[in-house]
Design a protein around this ligand. Structure first.
Ligand SMILES: *Cc1c(COP(=O)(O)O)cnc(C)c1O
Length: 323
């Protein structure tokens, strides 16, 4: 195996300076209802209000801003059916870099349209018969494109960590931080920020119960691979943590928790009804876990990262209505 270069806190700080003129500094919201219910001070970092609707814009922008002139000219390729696709397409458009996105042929039409809307060229593949990573690598090789993966990349991790950095910069030190977990880019970056800016903060990754590969990996000390899990949290349907994210998570994260889809829906309804915010199921992971832990959070200062708000609006209505 080649030596990995893991990002450090200084890379998060550098990313924050680099993307500052492009990314939103998203608001930190509080809720009297939550604070009374928890007997705690809870701070929500609202990445559902980030550009393109999720924190993924941060990592994409940080990576593309470091392309050489030759890389910019040739273009970027990404494989994703979700928020990473839109993040790369938007970041590339802002920098005038051609973007090719490899998406499954049956990806939701709204997501394909959004990616095209940001100027991305969509290449479809058959998710049952073709390997998207291989397609991405082939395109990269044949056309000289640079492949930017959704989480297993030092510059992506550093970029994702800027959300937690902003949270600590704004509210100060915390006792606990709850972070949504898929492949671990957001969690690893958040942990780097926490260890420097709030060393005593307990950092928790939260994943869907149906796909607890991260928890298994954290506890056994090796990257556990699983089948694509069935869960409403489509942004966390990853099969394994990354080579770069896992060692950081193992070193800097305190534990990995799981929540059920029902708990996600309860959290999603709360955000809609009480905080007037559209949050996608995956974006509810952190808060759902905090709710389950609330007796342990009494009197504490608690951070929750809301990771994204992109959800098909009909589906959202059905979930809220309980269908
Ligand atoms: C991608 C994504 C996640 C998971 O992020 P990782 O860096 O893969 O752990 C969580 N929430 C949303 C909304 C996402 O788009």
């Amino acid at each position: 195996m080649t030596d990995l270069i893991l990002p450090v806190y200084d890379d998060v700080a550098a990313a924050a300076a680099r993307i500052k003129d492009y990314a939103h500094r998203t608001p930190v919201q509080t809720s009297r209802t939550v604070d009374d219910d928890f007997g705690a001070s809870v701070f929500f970092k609202c990445e559902n209000l980030q550009r393109m609707g999720a924190f993924k814009f941060r990592g994409a922008m940080n990576a593309l801003l470091q392309f050489s002139p030759a890389q910019r000219k040739a273009g970027v390729v990404a494989f994703s059916s979700g928020n990473h696709a839109q993040a790369i397409a938007l970041a590339a458009r802002l920098l005038d870099i051609p973007a090719t996105i490899v998406m499954p042929h049956d990806a939701p039409a709204a997501k394909v349209a959004a990616t095209r809307g940001y100027g991305g060229k969509v290449v479809e593949y058959n998710r049952y018969h073709e390997d998207r990573e291989q397609i991405g690598r082939d395109l990269a090789q044949q056309q000289g494109l640079t492949l930017i993966p959704p989480y297993d990349h030092p510059q992506v991790i550093a970029g994702q960590g800027t959300a937690a950095k902003e949270l600590f910069d704004e509210v100060g030190e915390l006792d606990a931080l709850f972070v949504c977990l898929g492949g671990g880019g957001l969690l690893a970056g958040s942990a780097l920020a926490a260890r420097r800016l709030s060393p005593g903060c307990r950092v928790y990754g939260v994943e869907p119960l149906a796909g607890n590969d991260g928890q298994q990996s954290f506890r056994t000390g090796r990257i556990v691979h699983i089948e694509t899990p069935q869960t409403l949290a489509d942004g966390a349907q990853t099969q394994h943590l990354g080579q770069h994210t896992f060692p950081i998570i193992r070193r800097d994260v305190d534990d990995i928790l799981t929540v059920t889809d029902d708990e996600l829906i309860t959290a999603m309804r709360f955000f809609a009804e009480r905080m007037k915010m559209v949050v996608e199921p995956t974006g509810c992971l952190g808060f759902a876990a905090a709710c389950a832990q609330k007796s342990m959070l009494r009197g504490k200062r608690v951070g929750v990262i809301i990771s994204g708000g992109n959800v098909d609006i009909r589906r959202y209505g059905e979930l809220l209505a309980g269908q």
